[in-house]
Design a protein around this ligand. Structure first.
Ligand code: IPM
Ligand code: MG
Length: 362
């Protein structure tokens, strides 16, 4: 961050603003630590954008995101907008943003910190030390495939979606997974449904080709998605990088969130083009809004992934180290069995990572 860093901030709905506030606290402290300039501007997205502008992804938000160096998003959606359909669904904003920015690679790390393993519903012995990176294809597959429809066929209703991948789409996400595996433990598990779907047969073939031609030093295995779900629960430590398509990655990443015991811990980075999108994996959690109970760690670790993507590895490391220390000390929100508030956790992480600074408006 030797230069000025421009971040478009999309706090969103529900607990989104609460956790984003803590992620910004950490980003500001990181910028001070690095003595660089940080420009933060907030924009509407999701339900609050629907209320104010009638659309979930307003033009001003689209333009700001495209012009920024990175986008930090909180969470979107809530009961108020649940009955919206089509382009007026909150989810449409998220999918639209991913497509707009061209962020085809969604990185979802799942690490089971020792202090949390005991809380995992899967049992401490099974999950302690599990360290997985899910690399999910994010701008293709059945989420975006055409044709798609919800219509009448004669007098009967019909719903239609298309799972489609081109070989270029598979090859580029495979390269992301193999490249990460080289920086980690050197193993990729590619997950598909090649015993049934042609789309998956292409996936498996192309992943194998990219492996053989460009990454022979990395080890590769293939699993069918149903078996992968079972293996994730039974032997989570056997995984390093999981490479998979949009729909399977959506499902497996929520499943993997059971390993550390709370969805609130998990960050994500969506990258691949010029501007990255960084957001916690959790949703807007309408049931706990405004209570100061939301776990900010997913958002804070998303900010750390932003720092890392912007070549600020040292600052990212400080944040991760601070998160681990506060977990060790039991400074955690109620989802992890603690009594600390969202703000207390954010302040503690900030102070451990970058030292004490005079408070100022966030
Ligand atoms: C996720 C979410 C989104 C997805 C929804 C909110 C559209 O579940 O990021 O995992 O399905 O991709
Ligand atoms: Mg999901």
């Amino acid at each position: 961050m030797s230069q000025t860093l421009n971040v478009a901030v999309l706090p969103g709905d529900g607990i989104g603003p609460e956790v984003t506030r803590e992620a910004l606290r950490v980003l500001r402290a990181a910028a001070r630590w690095r003595e660089c300039e940080l420009n933060l501007s907030s924009y509407a997205v999701g339900g609050n954008a629907l209320d104010r502008y009638g659309v979930p992804l307003p033009e001003a938000t689209r333009q700001a995101c495209q012009a920024a160096d990175a986008v930090l998003l909180g969470a979107i959606g809530g009961p108020k907008w649940d009955s919206n359909t089509g382009d007026l669904r909150c989810e449409a904003a998220l999918l639209g943003l991913r497509k707009l920015l061209g962020v085809y690679a969604n990185l979802r790390p799942v690490y089971v910190h020792s202090a949390l393993a005991a809380r995992s519903p899967l049992g401490q012995d099974r999950v302690a030390g599990a360290d997985i990176l899910i690399v999910r294809e994010l701008t293709g597959g059945i989420y975006f495939g055409a044709p798609r429809a919800l219509r009448l066929q004669g007098t009967k209703r019909l719903g239609l979606n298309t799972m489609v991948y081109t070989e270029e789409e598979v090859a580029r996400i495979a390269r992301v997974a193999f490249t990460w595996a080289r920086r980690r433990s050197g193993h990729v598990t590619s997950v598909d449904k090649a015993n049934v779907l042609e789309c998956s047969q292409l996936w498996r073939t192309v992943v194998g080709e990219v492996h053989a031609e460009e990454f022979p030093d990395v080890t590769l295995s293939h699993l069918y998605v149903d078996n992968a779900a079972m293996q994730l629960v039974l032997h989570p430590r056997a995984f390093d990088v999981i490479l998979t398509g949009n729909l399977f990655g959506d499902i497996l990443s929520d499943l993997a969130a059971t390993l550390p015991g709370s969805l609130g811990l998990l960050p994500s980075a969506s990258v691949g083009a010029t501007v990255g999108l960084f957001e916690p994996v959790h949703g807007s959690a309408p049931d706990i809004v405004g209570q100061g109970r939301a776990n900010p760690i997913g958002a804070i670790l998303s900010a750390a992934m932003m720092l890392e993507t912007l070549s600020e590895e040292a600052a990212a490391r400080q944040v991760r180290r601070a998160v681990n220390l506060t977990l060790d000390q039991g400074i955690v929100t109620p989802d992890l069995g603690g009594t600390a508030s969202t703000t207390t956790v954010g302040e503690a992480i900030c102070e451990v990572a970058f030292g004490r600074h005079p408070a100022h408006a966030i």
